[in-house]
Write a new protein. Structure first.
Length: 270
């Protein structure tokens, strides 16, 4: 700052020597320097926690839909699982709410099953690592059910559908919105804040709009994604992953399984 000075170093540290005429100015400059650098260095970004059980959750998903594939195709235990479990928009509107859950576990053919297993496992692992296994899979099931329920009011009453893709795009929406919300609260740079939104939109556009054959239920993909995003925004806003421990995550994961099993039990015994 152009102030003539000398530095004197001794056994007790160092001091700056200036003329008496420059004393006030020197003290003011040192004070301003301390104020400007009070928060320096900035805190290092927190390393994301990798939650245990993310792969196990995906394995459970694969086992569940894998076991129900032949049962849905051929029936079992004296029941026509396909008829009582598939999405029927008119039936859901009339109160057959269980279909919003049971339809998530049925698939048209092996190609349909394999596609959903691959992307469902991939998105499920990513969401579980970021949000916790229980949060991710309970959010996935709820997003899928809500997506099917919303779609039933937007399509013709005779609309029929099956498949886990509504829930899979719900997982994508859940992860997208939760990361956007959490990064906003941590005051991350705007590029990092919008990155999840951009990534989620690109993946939805690439995977969710179908191939023009009419076999893909684009409306279900969209409603699943939107419902998942709504749940994800809440998860991020209340910082649920940071507030829940291992026991709570296991409880939420168990709740996801109970919802599916309970829906099927209701469908087969009504």
């Amino acid at each position: 700052m152009g102030i003539e000075h000398a530095v004197e170093v001794g056994s007790n540290g160092a001091r700056i020597l200036v003329s008496a005429l420059d004393g006030d100015r020197a003290r003011a400059e040192l004070h301003d320097y301390d104020v400007d650098n009070d928060a320096w260095p900035p805190p290092r970004p927190a390393v994301p926690t990798v939650h245990a059980g993310s792969v196990q959750g995906a394995i459970a998903f694969v086992i569940l839909v894998g076991l129900l594939y032949p049962i849905g195709q051929r029936g079992g235990f004296g029941h026509d699982w396909w008829s009582v479990g598939r999405m029927h928009a008119g039936g859901v509107v009339d109160g057959e709410i269980w279909r919003t859950l049971t339809a998530l576990t049925l698939h048209v053919d092996l190609q349909h099953l394999v596609s959903n297993v691959i992307f469902g496992s991939m998105f499920g692992v990513l969401a579980a690592q970021a949000l916790g296994t229980g949060t991710a899979w309970l959010g996935t099931v709820l997003a899928g059910a809500l997506g099917n329920w919303v779609e039933s009011y937007l399509v013709r009453p005779e609309h029929l559908a099956v498949g886990a893709s509504t829930a899979i795009f719900g997982t994508l929406g859940l992860l997208t919105a939760a990361e956007w919300s959490r990064r906003g609260q941590s005051r991350a740079p705007w590029v990092r804040r919008v990155a999840p939104l951009f990534g989620g939109a690109v993946l939805f556009g690439w995977l969710g709009v179908g191939d023009g054959t009419g076999r893909v239920d684009v409306m279900a993909h969209a409603t699943g994604f939107v419902c998942g995003a709504a749940l994800g925004a809440i998860v991020g806003l209340i910082r649920l992953p940071e507030r829940t421990g291992r026991a709570a995550q296991w409880s939420m994961g168990t709740a996801a399984v109970i919802l599916i099993v309970g829906a099927w039990a209701f469908a087969l015994t009504r």
